[in-house]
Write a protein that binds this ligand. Structure first.
Ligand SMILES: Nc1ncnc2c1ncn2[C@@H]1O[C@H](COP(=O)(O)OP(=O)(O)OP(=O)(O)O)[C@@H](O)[C@H]1O
Ligand SMILES: Nc1ncnc2c1ncn2[C@@H]1O[C@H](COP(=O)(O)OP(=O)(O)OP(=O)(O)O)[C@@H](O)[C@H]1O
Ligand SMILES: [Mg+2]
Ligand SMILES: [Mg+2]
Lengths: 254, 254
């Protein structure tokens, strides 16, 4: 069966969506059947593929109205399907507050996806709320995008505590797939200091591939395309292609 | 009585905390009694003043354990007090799900602050959850930091819809204080396009002051100081000083 990877960091604006979209596209372009799930009410990963206000979306799956296979839709890349998000996700925290199984809704829905897709990538919102807990409970591992900034580093300790709690209560096998340095600007001292600190603390769990700050990455979503289809020669596209190869070569080693 | 201003945008990483911290410091350095409330479980605005793991924080105020005055603490700037955040805020969404008055807890607590402070600035988390709804219900107006990026622009429509709902149900007087362009890089096409679009749509509700991308702004929190005390000659410090003056001159006009 396939593997599920959650892209998680409660710190906002660190490159979760940019990583989810371009890694999913990268894996699909390498010929692997891939599903991208947009679990963020902001629906940025959906709009990155030109999908806005989808009539069926992840909320329908979480409340059991439709199976995942009826919500997943094709994208411009044959081997990549997308489960879009929608704004009714915003109220789900209150709606599920009293439900027994509120952390396990996505896990139940994903069982079906594992048979059809080699990789399922889940984009998460910037919080440690019910939606992110669902992604962590349903996934085999998580990828943590990390901006080389002070606030981003501070949040890492809280994320690792949450990880321990999820392992104890919901998903004992949950592993860290890796930490990805994003928006890297090696001319800047703070960026270099944070990178040195992260590598000394996490060792080879930090990807060799670093994603540089590159404006083509932030332009691509306004054209509804992943960067590989928007400007494949750009530094951003080359970095996410290198990340994809690094993740595929690591997966084989497991 | 004093005024309460919420710094709100559900898009992550757009400069909410950087604006809340440096605007609150700016107002206080102009001699105005100011209170900064950190309503984000990430507690970034607290750590910007070197406060970590505070024994009393905003959670105690929301659940009615302590009045605001017993949680507010002094900072390096005489006329600036801080109500720190804490990690038990994370679970508040579920805890409050069934409580009648869940959107009005901060409003009740703030009544006391308005007598002692001329300005109360509230830093919000990157979501439209219960905490942000409390800030919008308790405030007179909101300031929207906006990165000149595609995803940030997309989120604006959702934020304005939420604003309408809050006005209908909880706070009819809630006004937009202004939209602040942050991390502006005028060499970049996308940045210029987004700025032109925002100014044509929102007119003079967009501040004349723009905050440039400036590394001193992201270094200051690692020293536990607002940028005015860390490097007052920097482009970032000058921009937030200009914003402070612009907001004070607008307030008089009201
Ligand atoms: N390497 C990069 N270079 C330049 N811009 C980038 C890069 N990565 C992301 N961006 C831009 O920075 C902004 C933040 O990235 P993104 O939205 O992917 O972060 P996020 O963690 O998903 O945010 P949120 O917490 O709101 O979900 C976006 O406007 C995106 O286009
Ligand atoms: N004008 C600027 N120039 C350079 N860096 C900045 C600027 N404004 C903010 N930053 C940095 O960018 C990152 C995001 O800013 P900040 O944390 O203030 O955003 P936020 O909206 O509060 O994020 P969150 O959604 O996680 O609460 C931080 O690391 C901050 O130091
Ligand atoms: Mg995102
Ligand atoms: Mg913040």
């Amino acid at each position: 069966g396939g593997r599920a990877l959650a892209i998680v960091n409660q710190k906002g604006g660190v490159g979760k969506t940019t990583t989810a979209v371009n890694l999913a596209a990268g894996l699909a372009l390498e010929g692997r059947a891939t599903l991208l799930i947009d679990l963020d009410p902001q629906a940025n990963a959906s709009s990155a593929f030109g999908v806005v206000a989808a009539d069926r979306h992840i909320y329908d799956v979480l409340i059991g109205r439709h199976p995942l296979s009826q919500v997943a839709r094709a994208t411009e890349i044959d081997t990549l399907h997308l489960v879009p998000s929608g704004t009714d996700l915003v109220g789900i925290e209150i709606e599920l507050a009293n439900s027994e199984n509120r952390e396990r809704l996505l896990e139940a829905a994903l069982a079906e996806a594992r048979e059809h897709y080699e990789f399922t990538i889940i984009d998460c919102p910037p919080s440690l709320s019910i939606l992110t807990l669902n992604a962590l409970t349903a996934s085999d591992s998580l990828l943590i995008p990390l901006q080389c900034e002070y606030y981003a580093l501070e949040g890492l300790a809280r994320l690792l505590e949450t990880l321990e709690r999820v392992r104890d209560r919901f998903n004992a096998e949950l592993a860290i797939e890796g930490l990805l340095l994003t928006m890297v600007d090696s001319r800047n001292n703070l960026s270099r200091q944070v990178e040195a600190e992260v590598r000394s603390h996490f060792g080879d769990r930090v990807y060799q591939t670093r994603i540089p700050r590159n404006v083509r990455l932030s332009e691509a979503p306004s054209h509804g395309k992943p960067v590989a289809l928007y400007d494949n020669a750009s530094a951003g596209a080359r970095a996410y292609a290198a990340l994809t190869r690094e993740i595929l070569s690591r997966s084989v080693l497991r």
